[in-house]
Design a protein around this ligand. Structure first.
Ligand SMILES: [Zn+2]
Length: 470
Protein backbone atom coordinates (compact mmCIF):
# COMPACT_ATOMS: atom_id res chain seq x y z
CA UNK A 1 0.00 0.00 0.00
CA UNK A 2 2.86 2.36 0.81
CA UNK A 3 4.41 1.80 -2.58
CA UNK A 4 1.06 2.48 -4.19
CA UNK A 5 0.74 5.72 -2.31
CA UNK A 6 4.20 6.81 -3.31
CA UNK A 7 3.67 5.97 -6.92
CA UNK A 8 0.11 7.19 -7.19
CA UNK A 9 -0.35 9.96 -4.70
CA UNK A 10 -3.89 10.45 -5.87
CA UNK A 11 -4.94 6.96 -4.79
CA UNK A 12 -6.82 7.30 -1.53
CA UNK A 13 -6.83 4.42 0.92
CA UNK A 14 -9.92 3.87 3.00
CA UNK A 15 -8.13 5.50 5.93
CA UNK A 16 -7.54 8.55 3.80
CA UNK A 17 -11.13 8.53 2.68
CA UNK A 18 -12.22 8.48 6.32
CA UNK A 19 -9.96 11.40 7.12
CA UNK A 20 -11.35 13.47 4.27
CA UNK A 21 -14.88 12.28 4.96
CA UNK A 22 -16.15 15.78 5.47
CA UNK A 23 -14.32 17.35 2.57
CA UNK A 24 -16.37 18.53 -0.34
CA UNK A 25 -15.81 16.69 -3.63
CA UNK A 26 -13.01 18.06 -5.75
CA UNK A 27 -11.66 17.09 -9.10
CA UNK A 28 -8.51 14.98 -9.12
CA UNK A 29 -6.44 17.49 -11.02
CA UNK A 30 -3.26 15.56 -10.33
CA UNK A 31 -4.38 12.51 -12.28
CA UNK A 32 -2.40 11.86 -15.42
CA UNK A 33 -2.66 9.11 -18.00
CA UNK A 34 0.59 9.80 -19.81
CA UNK A 35 1.29 11.37 -23.21
CA UNK A 36 -2.38 11.31 -24.25
CA UNK A 37 -3.00 13.98 -21.61
CA UNK A 38 -1.29 16.58 -23.78
CA UNK A 39 -4.34 16.45 -26.05
CA UNK A 40 -7.45 17.45 -24.15
CA UNK A 41 -10.43 19.43 -25.40
CA UNK A 42 -11.08 21.65 -22.37
CA UNK A 43 -14.72 22.53 -22.98
CA UNK A 44 -15.79 18.88 -22.73
CA UNK A 45 -14.85 18.49 -19.06
CA UNK A 46 -18.37 17.72 -17.89
CA UNK A 47 -20.47 14.67 -17.23
CA UNK A 48 -23.27 15.25 -19.74
CA UNK A 49 -22.60 16.20 -23.35
CA UNK A 50 -25.24 17.21 -25.87
CA UNK A 51 -24.92 17.72 -29.61
CA UNK A 52 -24.53 21.47 -29.03
CA UNK A 53 -21.43 20.76 -26.92
CA UNK A 54 -19.66 19.00 -29.79
CA UNK A 55 -21.14 20.84 -32.78
CA UNK A 56 -18.38 23.46 -32.89
CA UNK A 57 -15.73 20.74 -32.81
CA UNK A 58 -17.53 18.81 -35.55
CA UNK A 59 -17.69 21.98 -37.65
CA UNK A 60 -13.99 22.62 -37.25
CA UNK A 61 -13.24 19.04 -38.30
CA UNK A 62 -15.05 19.64 -41.60
CA UNK A 63 -11.88 21.28 -42.93
CA UNK A 64 -9.38 18.95 -41.26
CA UNK A 65 -6.46 17.64 -43.27
CA UNK A 66 -6.66 14.26 -41.54
CA UNK A 67 -10.28 13.72 -40.63
CA UNK A 68 -13.13 13.13 -43.04
CA UNK A 69 -16.47 14.21 -41.62
CA UNK A 70 -19.79 12.81 -42.81
CA UNK A 71 -23.40 12.92 -41.69
CA UNK A 72 -24.50 9.29 -41.86
CA UNK A 73 -28.11 9.82 -40.92
CA UNK A 74 -30.61 11.37 -38.55
CA UNK A 75 -31.95 10.56 -35.12
CA UNK A 76 -35.67 9.95 -34.58
CA UNK A 77 -36.14 13.70 -34.06
CA UNK A 78 -33.99 14.64 -37.01
CA UNK A 79 -30.67 15.51 -35.35
CA UNK A 80 -27.60 14.64 -37.43
CA UNK A 81 -25.47 11.62 -36.58
CA UNK A 82 -21.84 12.16 -37.58
CA UNK A 83 -19.04 9.85 -38.55
CA UNK A 84 -15.40 10.94 -38.51
CA UNK A 85 -12.92 8.84 -40.46
CA UNK A 86 -9.13 8.83 -40.29
CA UNK A 87 -6.55 6.81 -42.18
CA UNK A 88 -6.46 4.59 -45.22
CA UNK A 89 -5.12 1.26 -43.94
CA UNK A 90 -6.48 -2.22 -44.55
CA UNK A 91 -7.47 -2.85 -40.95
CA UNK A 92 -10.82 -1.22 -40.29
CA UNK A 93 -11.76 0.01 -36.82
CA UNK A 94 -15.18 1.32 -35.79
CA UNK A 95 -15.63 3.22 -32.52
CA UNK A 96 -18.89 4.61 -31.26
CA UNK A 97 -20.05 6.38 -28.13
CA UNK A 98 -23.22 7.64 -26.49
CA UNK A 99 -25.64 5.13 -27.95
CA UNK A 100 -26.95 5.67 -24.42
CA UNK A 101 -27.63 9.39 -24.29
CA UNK A 102 -26.51 9.88 -20.68
CA UNK A 103 -23.12 8.18 -21.16
CA UNK A 104 -20.78 10.93 -22.39
CA UNK A 105 -17.38 10.13 -20.93
CA UNK A 106 -15.96 8.35 -23.96
CA UNK A 107 -17.46 10.98 -26.28
CA UNK A 108 -15.12 13.54 -24.73
CA UNK A 109 -12.22 11.10 -25.00
CA UNK A 110 -12.96 10.55 -28.71
CA UNK A 111 -12.64 14.29 -29.33
CA UNK A 112 -9.38 14.25 -27.36
CA UNK A 113 -8.27 11.46 -29.69
CA UNK A 114 -9.26 13.52 -32.75
CA UNK A 115 -7.34 16.49 -31.38
CA UNK A 116 -4.34 14.20 -31.08
CA UNK A 117 -4.84 13.14 -34.71
CA UNK A 118 -4.46 16.79 -35.66
CA UNK A 119 -1.49 17.58 -33.43
CA UNK A 120 0.62 14.51 -32.62
CA UNK A 121 2.51 13.70 -35.81
CA UNK A 122 4.62 10.87 -34.38
CA UNK A 123 1.65 9.05 -32.88
CA UNK A 124 -0.56 9.52 -35.94
CA UNK A 125 2.08 8.36 -38.43
CA UNK A 126 2.61 5.19 -36.38
CA UNK A 127 -0.82 3.86 -37.38
CA UNK A 128 -2.44 5.97 -40.10
CA UNK A 129 -1.19 3.85 -43.00
CA UNK A 130 -2.21 0.58 -41.35
CA UNK A 131 -5.67 1.50 -40.06
CA UNK A 132 -8.87 3.08 -41.25
CA UNK A 133 -10.60 4.37 -38.14
CA UNK A 134 -14.28 5.38 -38.16
CA UNK A 135 -15.64 7.22 -35.14
CA UNK A 136 -19.33 7.83 -34.41
CA UNK A 137 -19.08 10.05 -31.34
CA UNK A 138 -22.79 10.43 -30.56
CA UNK A 139 -25.06 7.67 -31.82
CA UNK A 140 -28.08 8.90 -29.85
CA UNK A 141 -28.22 12.72 -29.90
CA UNK A 142 -31.90 12.82 -28.85
CA UNK A 143 -31.12 10.85 -25.69
CA UNK A 144 -28.08 13.08 -25.13
CA UNK A 145 -30.30 16.16 -25.35
CA UNK A 146 -32.56 14.70 -22.63
CA UNK A 147 -29.66 13.25 -20.60
CA UNK A 148 -31.41 9.89 -20.76
CA UNK A 149 -30.30 6.41 -21.70
CA UNK A 150 -32.97 5.71 -24.31
CA UNK A 151 -33.62 7.48 -27.60
CA UNK A 152 -36.57 9.82 -28.23
CA UNK A 153 -38.88 6.82 -28.74
CA UNK A 154 -37.94 5.52 -25.30
CA UNK A 155 -36.09 2.62 -26.92
CA UNK A 156 -32.80 1.37 -25.50
CA UNK A 157 -30.73 1.45 -28.71
CA UNK A 158 -28.48 -1.25 -27.29
CA UNK A 159 -31.42 -3.64 -27.03
CA UNK A 160 -32.54 -2.85 -30.57
CA UNK A 161 -29.76 -4.48 -32.58
CA UNK A 162 -32.16 -7.18 -33.82
CA UNK A 163 -35.56 -5.46 -33.84
CA UNK A 164 -34.12 -2.28 -35.45
CA UNK A 165 -37.12 -0.09 -34.59
CA UNK A 166 -34.98 2.96 -33.80
CA UNK A 167 -33.23 4.92 -36.56
CA UNK A 168 -30.11 5.02 -34.36
CA UNK A 169 -29.88 1.22 -34.19
CA UNK A 170 -30.52 0.95 -37.94
CA UNK A 171 -27.72 3.46 -38.56
CA UNK A 172 -25.20 1.63 -36.43
CA UNK A 173 -26.05 -1.71 -37.99
CA UNK A 174 -25.83 -0.23 -41.51
CA UNK A 175 -22.43 1.22 -40.72
CA UNK A 176 -21.15 -2.16 -39.53
CA UNK A 177 -22.47 -3.87 -42.67
CA UNK A 178 -21.07 -1.12 -44.91
CA UNK A 179 -17.65 -0.69 -43.31
CA UNK A 180 -17.06 -4.33 -42.30
CA UNK A 181 -14.78 -3.41 -39.40
CA UNK A 182 -12.20 -5.86 -38.12
CA UNK A 183 -12.36 -4.26 -34.67
CA UNK A 184 -15.17 -2.44 -32.88
CA UNK A 185 -14.95 -0.30 -29.73
CA UNK A 186 -18.31 -0.08 -28.00
CA UNK A 187 -18.01 2.82 -25.54
CA UNK A 188 -20.30 3.32 -22.56
CA UNK A 189 -20.60 4.59 -18.99
CA UNK A 190 -21.60 2.39 -16.07
CA UNK A 191 -23.13 3.54 -12.80
CA UNK A 192 -20.93 4.69 -9.92
CA UNK A 193 -21.42 1.68 -7.73
CA UNK A 194 -19.36 -1.07 -9.35
CA UNK A 195 -16.44 -2.31 -7.27
CA UNK A 196 -13.54 -4.31 -8.67
CA UNK A 197 -14.31 -7.79 -7.32
CA UNK A 198 -14.24 -7.85 -3.51
CA UNK A 199 -11.78 -4.96 -3.38
CA UNK A 200 -12.28 -1.49 -1.94
CA UNK A 201 -11.75 0.11 -5.35
CA UNK A 202 -14.34 1.40 -7.76
CA UNK A 203 -14.23 0.02 -11.29
CA UNK A 204 -13.10 3.17 -13.08
CA UNK A 205 -12.88 1.19 -16.31
CA UNK A 206 -14.75 -2.00 -17.11
CA UNK A 207 -14.08 -4.23 -20.07
CA UNK A 208 -15.66 -7.09 -21.95
CA UNK A 209 -15.10 -9.11 -25.08
CA UNK A 210 -18.78 -9.94 -25.54
CA UNK A 211 -20.01 -13.45 -26.21
CA UNK A 212 -21.72 -14.27 -29.50
CA UNK A 213 -23.69 -17.32 -28.35
CA UNK A 214 -25.31 -18.66 -25.19
CA UNK A 215 -22.49 -21.12 -24.60
CA UNK A 216 -20.02 -18.21 -24.60
CA UNK A 217 -17.78 -19.82 -27.20
CA UNK A 218 -14.42 -18.28 -27.95
CA UNK A 219 -13.59 -18.19 -31.64
CA UNK A 220 -10.66 -16.47 -33.34
CA UNK A 221 -12.26 -13.01 -33.49
CA UNK A 222 -13.40 -13.07 -29.85
CA UNK A 223 -10.00 -14.36 -28.79
CA UNK A 224 -8.47 -11.39 -30.66
CA UNK A 225 -10.72 -8.97 -28.75
CA UNK A 226 -9.58 -10.54 -25.47
CA UNK A 227 -5.97 -10.15 -26.53
CA UNK A 228 -6.48 -6.48 -27.41
CA UNK A 229 -7.92 -5.96 -23.92
CA UNK A 230 -5.09 -7.99 -22.33
CA UNK A 231 -2.57 -5.79 -24.14
CA UNK A 232 -4.42 -2.63 -23.04
CA UNK A 233 -4.07 -3.68 -19.41
CA UNK A 234 -0.51 -2.35 -19.59
CA UNK A 235 -2.11 1.11 -19.73
CA UNK A 236 -4.31 0.40 -16.70
CA UNK A 237 -1.40 -1.20 -14.83
CA UNK A 238 0.68 1.91 -15.49
CA UNK A 239 -1.82 4.63 -14.66
CA UNK A 240 -4.49 3.16 -12.39
CA UNK A 241 -3.87 -0.45 -11.38
CA UNK A 242 -6.62 -2.43 -9.63
CA UNK A 243 -9.36 -0.19 -10.99
CA UNK A 244 -10.41 -2.39 -13.90
CA UNK A 245 -13.41 -4.68 -13.69
CA UNK A 246 -14.58 -7.28 -16.18
CA UNK A 247 -18.22 -7.70 -17.09
CA UNK A 248 -19.67 -11.14 -17.02
CA UNK A 249 -20.17 -12.41 -20.53
CA UNK A 250 -23.70 -13.73 -20.45
CA UNK A 251 -25.06 -13.48 -23.96
CA UNK A 252 -27.50 -10.65 -24.79
CA UNK A 253 -28.61 -11.21 -28.35
CA UNK A 254 -30.39 -7.82 -28.58
CA UNK A 255 -27.16 -5.90 -27.87
CA UNK A 256 -24.76 -4.57 -30.50
CA UNK A 257 -21.57 -5.90 -28.93
CA UNK A 258 -22.93 -9.41 -28.97
CA UNK A 259 -24.32 -9.04 -32.50
CA UNK A 260 -21.09 -7.61 -33.91
CA UNK A 261 -19.20 -10.41 -32.18
CA UNK A 262 -21.46 -12.82 -34.02
CA UNK A 263 -20.56 -11.00 -37.27
CA UNK A 264 -16.92 -11.93 -36.57
CA UNK A 265 -15.93 -8.39 -35.60
CA UNK A 266 -13.48 -8.37 -32.68
CA UNK A 267 -15.54 -6.24 -30.32
CA UNK A 268 -14.22 -4.49 -27.25
CA UNK A 269 -16.61 -3.03 -24.70
CA UNK A 270 -15.15 -0.23 -22.59
CA UNK A 271 -17.27 1.20 -19.80
CA UNK A 272 -16.28 4.35 -17.94
CA UNK A 273 -16.94 4.35 -14.22
CA UNK A 274 -16.41 6.25 -11.01
CA UNK A 275 -13.35 7.40 -9.18
CA UNK A 276 -13.01 9.10 -5.80
CA UNK A 277 -14.02 12.78 -5.87
CA UNK A 278 -14.56 12.74 -9.62
CA UNK A 279 -18.24 13.44 -10.32
CA UNK A 280 -17.47 14.67 -13.86
CA UNK A 281 -15.57 11.45 -14.61
CA UNK A 282 -12.43 13.14 -15.87
CA UNK A 283 -10.26 10.28 -14.55
CA UNK A 284 -12.19 7.75 -16.65
CA UNK A 285 -12.01 10.15 -19.60
CA UNK A 286 -8.20 10.38 -19.28
CA UNK A 287 -7.99 6.59 -19.13
CA UNK A 288 -10.21 6.32 -22.21
CA UNK A 289 -8.01 8.61 -24.27
CA UNK A 290 -4.91 6.72 -23.13
CA UNK A 291 -6.53 3.34 -23.84
CA UNK A 292 -7.90 4.29 -27.26
CA UNK A 293 -4.66 6.04 -28.23
CA UNK A 294 -2.69 2.92 -27.31
CA UNK A 295 -5.24 0.61 -28.96
CA UNK A 296 -4.62 2.23 -32.35
CA UNK A 297 -0.87 1.69 -31.95
CA UNK A 298 -1.42 -1.93 -30.86
CA UNK A 299 -3.78 -2.67 -33.75
CA UNK A 300 -1.37 -1.14 -36.28
CA UNK A 301 1.67 -2.98 -34.91
CA UNK A 302 -0.35 -6.12 -34.11
CA UNK A 303 1.28 -6.10 -30.68
CA UNK A 304 -1.87 -7.67 -29.28
CA UNK A 305 -1.08 -10.92 -31.10
CA UNK A 306 1.56 -11.64 -28.47
CA UNK A 307 -0.68 -10.79 -25.52
CA UNK A 308 -1.56 -13.60 -23.12
CA UNK A 309 -5.32 -14.03 -23.08
CA UNK A 310 -5.00 -15.16 -19.44
CA UNK A 311 -4.44 -11.53 -18.53
CA UNK A 312 -7.99 -10.88 -19.72
CA UNK A 313 -9.46 -13.66 -17.59
CA UNK A 314 -7.47 -12.43 -14.56
CA UNK A 315 -9.32 -9.11 -14.51
CA UNK A 316 -11.67 -9.34 -11.50
CA UNK A 317 -15.37 -9.37 -12.21
CA UNK A 318 -17.33 -6.20 -11.55
CA UNK A 319 -19.37 -6.21 -8.36
CA UNK A 320 -22.53 -4.16 -8.68
CA UNK A 321 -23.69 -2.30 -5.55
CA UNK A 322 -20.17 -2.59 -4.17
CA UNK A 323 -20.18 1.13 -3.39
CA UNK A 324 -22.41 3.70 -1.76
CA UNK A 325 -22.10 7.46 -1.87
CA UNK A 326 -22.02 7.92 1.89
CA UNK A 327 -21.77 5.51 4.80
CA UNK A 328 -22.57 6.71 8.30
CA UNK A 329 -20.88 4.02 10.39
CA UNK A 330 -21.99 2.87 13.82
CA UNK A 331 -24.52 5.53 14.76
CA UNK A 332 -26.63 4.90 17.86
CA UNK A 333 -30.40 4.85 17.41
CA UNK A 334 -32.60 5.17 20.49
CA UNK A 335 -36.21 4.16 20.19
CA UNK A 336 -38.04 4.62 23.50
CA UNK A 337 -36.22 2.37 25.92
CA UNK A 338 -34.27 0.41 23.31
CA UNK A 339 -31.07 1.44 21.65
CA UNK A 340 -28.93 -0.15 18.94
CA UNK A 341 -26.11 0.63 16.54
CA UNK A 342 -26.48 0.90 12.78
CA UNK A 343 -24.51 1.65 9.66
CA UNK A 344 -26.56 3.80 7.29
CA UNK A 345 -25.76 3.42 3.59
CA UNK A 346 -26.84 6.32 1.41
CA UNK A 347 -27.08 6.81 -2.31
CA UNK A 348 -27.51 10.13 -4.07
CA UNK A 349 -29.30 10.73 -7.33
CA UNK A 350 -27.13 11.28 -10.38
CA UNK A 351 -27.70 15.04 -10.26
CA UNK A 352 -26.80 14.91 -6.51
CA UNK A 353 -29.98 16.81 -5.61
CA UNK A 354 -31.64 13.91 -3.84
CA UNK A 355 -30.38 11.28 -1.45
CA UNK A 356 -32.09 8.16 -0.16
CA UNK A 357 -31.21 5.63 2.51
CA UNK A 358 -30.25 2.51 0.60
CA UNK A 359 -29.97 0.10 3.51
CA UNK A 360 -29.18 0.02 7.22
CA UNK A 361 -27.49 -2.53 9.47
CA UNK A 362 -24.05 -4.04 9.12
CA UNK A 363 -22.49 -2.49 5.99
CA UNK A 364 -18.97 -3.75 6.67
CA UNK A 365 -18.74 -5.54 3.32
CA UNK A 366 -19.50 -2.51 1.17
CA UNK A 367 -17.42 0.53 0.31
CA UNK A 368 -18.34 4.16 0.07
CA UNK A 369 -16.94 7.19 -1.67
CA UNK A 370 -17.31 8.99 1.65
CA UNK A 371 -17.60 7.54 5.15
CA UNK A 372 -18.29 9.10 8.49
CA UNK A 373 -17.35 7.29 11.65
CA UNK A 374 -20.42 7.96 13.82
CA UNK A 375 -19.31 5.93 16.84
CA UNK A 376 -20.45 7.97 19.85
CA UNK A 377 -23.01 9.90 17.80
CA UNK A 378 -26.77 9.60 18.19
CA UNK A 379 -29.18 9.51 15.28
CA UNK A 380 -31.84 12.21 15.48
CA UNK A 381 -34.91 12.20 13.35
CA UNK A 382 -35.33 15.83 12.36
CA UNK A 383 -38.51 17.74 13.06
CA UNK A 384 -40.52 19.58 10.43
CA UNK A 385 -40.41 23.39 10.39
CA UNK A 386 -43.65 24.94 9.20
CA UNK A 387 -43.09 27.64 6.58
CA UNK A 388 -44.90 30.74 7.90
CA UNK A 389 -47.79 32.00 5.82
CA UNK A 390 -46.05 35.37 5.63
CA UNK A 391 -43.06 33.72 3.95
CA UNK A 392 -39.52 33.06 5.06
CA UNK A 393 -36.24 34.26 3.66
CA UNK A 394 -33.86 31.51 4.73
CA UNK A 395 -30.31 32.79 5.29
CA UNK A 396 -27.52 30.26 5.66
CA UNK A 397 -26.79 31.13 9.30
CA UNK A 398 -30.49 30.80 10.21
CA UNK A 399 -30.62 27.45 8.42
CA UNK A 400 -27.66 26.17 10.43
CA UNK A 401 -29.37 27.31 13.60
CA UNK A 402 -32.61 25.53 12.70
CA UNK A 403 -30.66 22.35 12.01
CA UNK A 404 -28.90 22.67 15.36
CA UNK A 405 -32.30 23.10 16.98
CA UNK A 406 -33.39 19.77 15.53
CA UNK A 407 -35.27 20.77 12.38
CA UNK A 408 -34.28 18.82 9.28
CA UNK A 409 -36.97 19.79 6.77
CA UNK A 410 -39.71 22.25 5.95
CA UNK A 411 -43.39 21.70 5.37
CA UNK A 412 -45.96 24.01 3.86
CA UNK A 413 -46.07 26.31 0.86
CA UNK A 414 -42.72 25.82 -0.85
CA UNK A 415 -43.11 29.01 -2.88
CA UNK A 416 -43.17 30.99 0.39
CA UNK A 417 -39.64 29.86 1.21
CA UNK A 418 -36.82 31.93 -0.25
CA UNK A 419 -33.61 29.95 -0.12
CA UNK A 420 -30.29 31.74 0.45
CA UNK A 421 -28.00 28.84 1.24
CA UNK A 422 -25.92 26.48 -0.86
CA UNK A 423 -26.85 23.51 1.35
CA UNK A 424 -29.77 21.33 0.24
CA UNK A 425 -33.09 22.39 1.73
CA UNK A 426 -35.62 19.62 2.14
CA UNK A 427 -39.22 20.72 1.61
CA UNK A 428 -42.26 18.46 2.03
CA UNK A 429 -40.29 15.20 1.75
CA UNK A 430 -42.33 12.31 0.46
CA UNK A 431 -40.53 9.73 2.57
CA UNK A 432 -39.17 11.56 5.63
CA UNK A 433 -36.86 9.58 7.90
CA UNK A 434 -38.57 8.04 10.89
CA UNK A 435 -37.46 7.38 14.44
CA UNK A 436 -35.89 4.21 13.06
CA UNK A 437 -33.86 5.06 9.95
CA UNK A 438 -34.35 2.52 7.19
CA UNK A 439 -34.23 1.89 3.48
CA UNK A 440 -36.21 4.10 1.07
CA UNK A 441 -36.43 7.03 3.46
CA UNK A 442 -35.10 10.41 2.44
CA UNK A 443 -31.47 10.66 3.59
CA UNK A 444 -32.01 13.83 5.62
CA UNK A 445 -31.40 13.50 9.34
CA UNK A 446 -29.25 14.81 12.15
CA UNK A 447 -26.38 13.51 14.26
CA UNK A 448 -25.83 14.52 17.87
CA UNK A 449 -23.05 14.17 20.36
CA UNK A 450 -24.53 14.34 23.82
CA UNK A 451 -27.11 17.11 23.71
CA UNK A 452 -25.50 19.00 20.82
CA UNK A 453 -26.54 18.42 17.22
CA UNK A 454 -23.22 18.56 15.38
CA UNK A 455 -23.91 17.23 11.86
CA UNK A 456 -26.70 17.17 9.34
CA UNK A 457 -27.17 14.75 6.49
CA UNK A 458 -29.22 16.62 3.87
CA UNK A 459 -30.27 14.78 0.71
CA UNK A 460 -27.43 12.36 1.31
CA UNK A 461 -24.74 15.01 1.81
CA UNK A 462 -22.98 15.36 5.14
CA UNK A 463 -22.47 18.79 6.71
CA UNK A 464 -20.74 19.89 9.89
CA UNK A 465 -22.90 22.38 11.75
CA UNK A 466 -20.05 24.01 13.61
CA UNK A 467 -18.40 25.13 10.36
CA UNK A 468 -18.17 28.82 9.60
CA UNK A 469 -21.16 30.15 7.69
CA UNK A 470 -20.96 30.43 3.97
ZN1 LIG B 1 -24.45 2.13 -22.07
Amino acid sequence: MLKRLLTYTIMPTLALIASIAQAQPMLEKSFSAGPADQFVVPQLAKRQLRLADIQGLLDSLATSKWVKRQVIGQSFEGLPVYRLSVGSGDTVVLMWSQMHGDESTATAALFDLLLRVEQDDAWRSAWIDQLTVHIIPMVNPDGAERAQRENAQGIDVNRDAQALQSPEARLLRQQAELLKPDFAFNLHDQNDYYAVGRSAYPATISVLAPAFDVTKSVNASRQRAMQVIAQLMTIMDTYLPEHTGRYNDSYEWRAFGDLFSAFGISTILLESGAYFNDPERQVARALNRALLGQALLDLASRAYENADVERYWQIPLNRNNGFHDLLVDGVTVSDNSQSYQLDIAIRRSKDRHRGMIESVGDQSTVNAFQRFNAAGFDYRMGRAYAIPATGLSLQHADYQQLLQQGYSHFIGAAEQLQINTSWPVVINPKYPPGARPQADQNASFLLAKGSAITHAVLQGQLFTLTEASR
